[in-house]
Ligand binder design. Structure first.
Ligand code: ADP
Ligand code: LRH
Length: 474
């Protein structure tokens, strides 16, 4: 059969990658053609994402894809971009950059939920949005900025979420894709529209954002300048599920509905799919989120501080092996029993992660970790414990029975963490794919290109395209 080719750009907070995917009618095959780190930039006392740098990396990825496609003698059918959630970039009407995206770890939003809720009760904000309260949600970022003068928020013609910002730079067309808008806490999941009353508290109106579109919408084609810079033709750019977690959930190789998922990367996102929002006192009390998925489905989940703990610690540990697999393997060489609560605010963006973990252990009367091995063991065991606790709450609230935990994202390659998780929750853990986000990104492009029909069809292709590893509880 003829193969068709698609390009997926997937930007996580730890690293970005560009993937060339082929589809033969049955399964997706992927090849990573560009991967890069993208550090946060400290400028003027704040932390920003390097938007021009990210864009340049996207162009490099597209150029690599163009070379590869040239060798194959094929053309790309489309391009899709997904990124981490909540952060926005600012543009002037002529398409130039009015302001860099603040990084969601910037401490300027510390306490921002409480400040906002002086103007509108928490219950009302939750009723409107169903979104987990986190200081860095876009609503609170914008509210924080609106209280200060002379910033990009005041002057920008358009405020665009990260995936939409990059698509705008590639095509010249500004949209607001609904899955990435859903995690901002300014979208009402019932109406599917931006909430004017919430925005007004940040001094904004809905017209400052791009037009709202669903995953599958064709945003435009590469501008002549981008075509020249990359060697690609007038390739369409499709709005995929622009929120990386939404794309990851689409890529879960599930065979039925009785599963929970854990998207295991910088963050650990633990949840279920629900046909409609679950907004009630219990969900509010446990601080669960109702983010948007494909075809109006809801990602009912909780954010758990994930391998950020590891990523930050490894840069500080003098005895940590460079290679991630070697680092994780140290787990078996120690027997320290200490655990931390990964969601303690102290771990959000500390000066030193290892010192903060040590202090936590000291404060709680536990053995203080010293070596890389001890840190790995504390982190893995603490994460598994937290997964067990959150899964318990999820079981109280989920519309479906949960028989399996599908783990996707880079962390699913961590065999120790997977076994600990299976043991903690007492359910089989099905690990894979580690690049579920890119797969979900491609699946939405396939549907926009009429190669697959519906979510059932997409899941069938996800299963065909994935090798998984199962961990049974001991
Ligand atoms: P994000 O998309 O948020 O940047 P990823 O899904 O790429 O995150 O996951 C990154 C994490 O995956 C790393 O922090 C690391 O802990 C884990 N990881 C990646 N490769 C491996 C591996 N070979 N073995 C164990 N863990 C891994
Ligand atoms: C994961 C993620 C998560 C958001 C966070 C900001 O990459 O998108 O779903 O809450 O980053």
């Amino acid at each position: 059969d003829e193969k068709n080719y698609y390009i997926a750009v997937d930007l996580g907070a730890t690293s970005g990658r560009v993937i060339l995917a082929s589809f033969d009618g049955e399964k997706v095959e992927t090849e990573e053609i560009h991967r890069f780190k993208h550090p946060m930039l400290p400028i003027g006392g704040h932390i920003f994402w390097n938007l021009p740098g990210l864009y340049n990396e996207v162009l490099t990825g597209l150029r690599n894809a163009s070379v590869k496609l040239g060798e194959i003698g094929a053309e790309a059918r489309s391009i899709g971009i997904d990124t981490w959630g909540c952060d926005v970039a600012y543009f002037h009407a002529d398409g130039t950059i009015a302001g860099l995206p603040y990084c969601y770890r910037d401490p300027h939003t510390t306490g921002a939920v409480d400040k906002f809720c002086e103007e509108m009760p928490r219950e009302k904000v939750y009723e409107k949005t169903g979104i987990q309260f986190m200081d860095f949600n876009t609503l609170f970022q914008l509210h924080t900025l609106s209280k200060k003068n002379g910033n990009a928020l005041k002057i920008a013609d358009k405020i665009l979420f990260m995936p939409d910002a990059l698509s705008y730079m590639l095509t010249g067309n500004a949209v607001t894709e609904r899955t990435v808008a859903s995690t901002s806490q300014i979208l009402n999941p019932t109406t599917g529209e931006l909430d004017a009353e919430l925005l007004e508290k940040a001094g904004l109106t809905p017209d400052r954002f791009g037009k709202l579109v669903n995953p599958g919408y064709v945003i435009g084609t590469l501008t002549p300048g981008v075509q020249q810079a990359t060697g690609l033709g007038a390739v369409p750019v499709v709005a995929v599920a622009g929120h990386d977690t939404a794309s990851a959930v689409i890529g879960v190789p599930a065979k039925d509905e009785k599963f929970a998922y854990l998207s295991c990367g910088t963050w650990s996102l633990l949840g279920v799919e629900s046909p409609k929002p679950i907004i009630n006192d219990k969900a509010f009390g446990y601080n669960f989120t109702n983010e948007g998925g494909i075809d109006g489905s809801i990602r009912f989940l909780k954010n758990i501080c994930g391998l950020w703990l590891l990523e930050r610690s490894r840069t500080e540990l003098k005895d940590a092996p460079e290679n991630i697999a070697d680092l994780c393997a140290l787990y078996t060489t120690t027997d320290i029993e200490s655990t931390i609560n990964p969601d303690d605010p102290a771990f959000a963006n500390p000066k030193s992660m290892t010192e903060t973990i040590k202090e936590y252990c000291k404060r709680t009367g536990q053995q203080v970790p010293e070596t890389a091995a001890e840190f790995m063991r504390v982190i893995f065991r603490s994460l598994a414990l937290r997964y067990k606790e959150v899964l318990g709450w999820l079981r109280e609230l989920s519309p479906n029975e949960i028989n399996t935990l599908h783990v996707i994202g880079g962390g699913c390659q961590n065999a120790h963490l997977m076994q600990l998780t299976a043991d903690a929750i007492g359910l089989p853990v099905v690990a894979g794919p580690s690049e579920s986000t890119a797969l979900g990104n491609v699946l939405v492009q396939l549907r926009a290109d009429n190669r697959v029909k519906d979510i059932a069809d997409m899941r069938r292709v996800a299963v065909n395209s994935t090798e998984t590893k199962t961990y049974l509880p001991k």
